[in-house]
Ligand binder design. Sequence first.
Ligand code: XIL
Length: 313
Amino acid sequence: ASTLKEAAAAKGIVFGTAAAQSHMGESAYVSTLNREFNQLTPENEMKWETTEPSRNSFNYGAADQLVGHAQSQGMAVRGHTLVWHSQLPDWVEGISSRTELLDVMRNHISNVAGHFRGDIDYWDVVNEAFQDGSGARRDTVFQRVIGDDYIEEAFRAARAADPGAELCYNDYNIDGRNAKSDAVYAMVQDFKRRGVPIDCVGLQAHLIVGSLPGDIQANIQRFADLGVNVYITELDIRMQTPPNSQKLAQQASDYRAVTSACVAVAACKGITVWGVTDKYSWVPDVFEGEGAALLFDDDYNKKPAYDATLEAL
Ligand code: XIL
């Protein structure tokens, strides 16, 4: 195969990317997106601050455009994300009654997942609900005001709104085995036992060149053994900039390792990179001095990591 999507399809998985509607006027961006990827995740367009900026007033313009583009190209769509503490409007942060916030959360999910019903292959229902370094829940307005059961209530509301979508829990630093991924594992195990509707786990995989967890495949396998699918949902592997040939070679080896770990486990059904090109990656904005984390450089040239990923598929 000569493209990522063809090689992935031959393995029975999807290979996707985050994409932003604001770049869809750029021909090199769109041609690379269409040529290489068969799954699209709106990078920001389905987040709460965009879809429900004020209470019960919904905005789907940019997300609808991205979904339409994906459909025109035969791409699967990952909905991202229904419940998250970040990019959350102030009016939600200000709610202090459990009944009211549960009602607001359910209303958000039924409207957003209902609007896209039938068009979404997988929803990131809840994003980043656990803290790093421990198994504790992250302190968010949902956790404080509703309590532990906000996550299962979100999954129940999502199932009711779009019974055809796979429903995922998504987080970062859960790519290998550690206290945080142990806590997610325990939650998924509990949900499966009690019949809470969950179908998949998303490992974001925002990684660092030369320091990957060594047990990604074993971690994917243990989730698979619970009876859920696993997706690598936001893959990027950052380095100190500027890149050089040695760092790019290590990055290639790291992309190969992540791709191989997914391909080796039947329940790992897709890999999504967090952007088409280094030019528009979120990394330099958030991690000072770091970047060059994706498969295509600023000029849409294939990097060594591209070739390694293609070979590993
Ligand atoms: C990031 C986007 O890439 C940026 O454009 C935005 O400014 C902030 O959010 N984990 C997630 C994604 O689940 O939604 C985040 O995306 C990256 C970290």
